[in-house]
Design a protein. Structure first.
Length: 116
């Protein structure tokens, strides 16, 4: 059974940093594409950043220059480094991974709270 586990969320002051991790285990298949989404109360879930197997990345406009998505293929893990955090970044952050067999999995979500 595949497990996708996120970690690294928490409470931080505005201007601070957090690093989220998303590890996929329990499968013989490695991560093909990875992405981070977020959902704030009352809002729809939105794509924050994505990374392909060839390390092509894309970002939502409001996080460009502040967030960096990366991956460690040996650890089957995707990361999201978040710098210069703002109160409007407060949300539950979800990891989404597509394995090379084409199946997609979601993590359970991790809360990020940025105080002003």
């Amino acid at each position: 059974q595949v497990h996708v586990v996120e970690s690294g969320g928490g409470l931080v002051q505005a201007g601070g940093s957090l690093r989220l991790s998303c590890a996929a285990s329990g499968s013989i298949f490695s991560i093909n594409n990875g992405a981070w989404y977020r959902q704030a109360p009352g809002n729809q879930r939105e794509l924050v950043a994505g990374i392909t197997r060839r390390d092509t990345v894309n970002y939502e406009d409001s996080v460009k220059g502040r967030f960096t998505i990366s991956r460690d293929n040996a650890k089957n893990t995707v990361y999201l480094q978040m710098n210069s955090l703002k109160p409007e970044d407060t949300a539950v952050y979800y990891c989404n991974v597509q394995l090379v067999n084409g199946i997609t999995y979601w993590g359970q979500g991790t809360q990020v709270t940025v105080s002003s």
